[in-house]
Design a protein around this ligand. Sequence first.
Ligand code: KG4
Ligand code: ZN
Length: 337
Amino acid sequence: MPLVLGVETSCDETSVAVVNERREILHHAIYSQIEEHKKYKGVVPEIAARAHLVRLKELLNNVSVPLSEVDAFAATAGPGLIGGLNVGVMAAKSLSYTLNKPFLAINHLEGHALTPRLTNNVAFPYLLLLVSGGHSQIVWVKGLGQYQVLGSTIDDAVGEAFDKTAKVLGLPHPGGVALEKLAKTGDAAQYALPRPLCSKGDLRFSFSGLKTAVLKITEKPDFTPDRKPHLAAAFQETAANVLAYKIKQAMLLLKELQEAPTSLVIAGGVGANQTVREKLQQVAADYGWQFVAPPPKLCTDNGAMIAWAGVERLMAGKVSELSFKPTPRWPLSECVL
Ligand code: KG4
Ligand code: ZN
């Protein structure tokens, strides 16, 4: 039974997991570098790379499954910050070379995209909303290595918009979680914010205007700190409504093409947001589709999703060469089998 160890180091989470073909997560450790980057209010690539090096050594020393039992070693090889990618890929390659087991170079976005198969055994094909700090994409997932991007952002990713809005509101990094917490005490109806590109059939996203609208409101003289929860709630509500509207357009398009997957899945860090999950759940229910959202811990960056993508690739017989070079840019559309 394939047992794969996965390493994730593409941004500011260092994570190692061991997953098997039966979708069992036998080991999972995530070290979040929040403290290292806090005072810079964002991720500093050089600091991230050094922290990955230190933490990954610790995490690999503490894997509860004997490494000799692992059948293949997988690592995120892109997209992401090159310093971190190099650290994770080098570690996985060294283990696979030393233990004479295959190496698997995994696309980070594919890791997110396949997570609902790990957590809920979702069958291909399915419609995926991939929403993270660097990406906002609607993807029609036809099979392993068959990802048709139906729409993506023309400016900011939605996670980036959450983070920038959080910063404007004076919230600590990482912004998405803090903004969701603040929004809980606010009334979204107090502000009407723009919903860019929300016209019928348009599957592109644009979030920079939404972020700018929030900034302009905070710059007005009558904006007092007690207004912050309302503005946070209005931002979150608007972003979630935009995501739900776009997904509805994609569902209608697929229906028109007579290509009808009936599962809608969400993946990526913003997928941890409760309001976003509820809105998508509603759209899916309106059209009689199944909605699948992994637990929040597996929406944000983690090693289990990389190990699982490794299991899927190993079972398909698609291992990588040890000469595979990590790459900061690796779109999902170029992630073929
Ligand atoms: O997938 P992820 O962990 O890393 C990337 O691949 O980018 O996503 C991180 C993004 C950040 O922008 C973060 O603010 C956002 O996901 N995020 C959230 C929440 N948790 C994480 N956004 C809104 N609500 C959340 N609860
Ligand atoms: Zn991610």
